[in-house]
Design a protein around this ligand. Sequence first.
Ligand SMILES: [Fe+2]
Ligand SMILES: [Fe+2]
Length: 193
Amino acid sequence: MAASSEVAAVGPESQDVELRIYSYYRDAELRGSNLIYRLLRILKDDESQLLLSEHLADETRHAWLWTERIKELGRAPLEVTDGYQVRLGKRAGLPRHPVDLLALTVVVEQRALKRYQEHLKRRGVPERTLEVLRSVTKDEGWHIDWIRQKARQIAEAEGKPERFDESLARFRGIDREVWAELEDVEKSWMEAL
Ligand SMILES: [Fe+2]
Ligand SMILES: [Fe+2]
């Protein structure tokens, strides 16, 4: 009996859930890459160009790592049209001012980090998924630090040092609303694994 329940735990249903979760993570990474690409077009100073190029390479690598995980399941990524970033974008719009765009990036990165940290704490996560989670999590520290510093630097140079914190507070409020919608859904998927 124990054997049959073990089989059920790795059966097609559980694989569908894995596919869905990895597809959502992949979608968030790709949309995150899009934000970094936008910044690359806006922030022309040497430091930003160097750091954004590395940052963009990291984010697209993260999207690839989730895609690779999906390939290992013998599947293809699901199209995600109602994920975290789409919901956030609908409420927040796409900011034009660099300080606001940087603030949005910080909020998005922090959410990704929290999501991955929660996943890492779960029991029974496949070893390969743990590897990917550890790898993507490792990069988020420097991403958040440098983006935050750059935003403060620009806001101060423009004589509006408070702009970054105000923008951050606004996007954090929207992030909490969006997360309130998604958290239970994501938890129920995790329970089904
Ligand atoms: Fe990432
Ligand atoms: Fe990141």
